[in-house]
Design a binder for this molecule. Sequence first.
Ligand code: GZL
Length: 308
Amino acid sequence: VSLAACAPPENLAADGSKIVVGFSQVGAESGWRTANTVSIHDAALDAGIKLRFSDAQGKQANQITAIRSFIKQRVDVIAFSPVVETGWDEVLTEARQAGIPVILTDRAIRTTSKDLYTTFIGSDFVKEGTLVGEWLVDYYASRPGTVRVVELRGTTGSAPATDRAAGFRAAIKGEPRFQIVASRTGDFTRPKGEAVMRAILKTDRDIDVVFAHNDDMGLGAAKALEAAGLQPGRDVRIVSIDAVRDGMKALAEGRFTFIAECSPLLGPQLMDLVNKIANGQPVPPRIVTQETTFTQEQAKAALPDRKY
Ligand code: GZL
């Protein structure tokens, strides 16, 4: 069998060369992020697109440096997941002036400038927060009394943290029984979720719900609750967002009570966008990823087939 027969279907640039995409990733803070990175690497390989990948360790300055380096390398397309929403106008203007198209993946930016990016592919984080809030309102409809909620927020200034908080509050707005008794950032990581929950439990153990903006902080909170002699799923209900494997296992075991999915598997759609844009084809300005929600029973059924 000739080698040519084994080569992946090539996505080539107009001049017949391999397309090169520069990708700046937030970091490796959570199971979601790791799965997202794997999806991007695998999809580039499958598409025959050359991937230049940079891990920013959660720092916006590192992402800006990486984007400037991609401009210098004259990549065909730049893609990135902005760690926070603001502070991108200058570097994205430099990319536009260099004639290099930009794709936002996963997280959005706030800007008044037009044309700083060609398209944004990612979840509707407001909806994710709303789905969790609506499920809780329904869950407590038949359970009287005040519902005291601890919120573990994601990275301060990031689109998912801002929007999930807003969506959740919109869902419980008409429910005076629901009280957010503490709201602190755990930066989307398991250790910080545990540390923040431990600190809260030092002064307040009368908690009904922990709303974690992602599974990793929820798992950290579960550890802190158990260390304080409180059983997640019995004494306190943990509701979360992402639906990564460890979160789904906690849900199936009953340590979590509900998860709204946030799919990290953006790689294939991203590489399709890269190929289209590198070949001057039009793409939609906004692509919203499809996702669902899981109860304990649904998690048990879904776990065997989960890809991440
Ligand atoms: C959401 C993504 C968030 C995840 C976290 O699309 O940006 O960042 O919910 C991850 O797990 O760290």
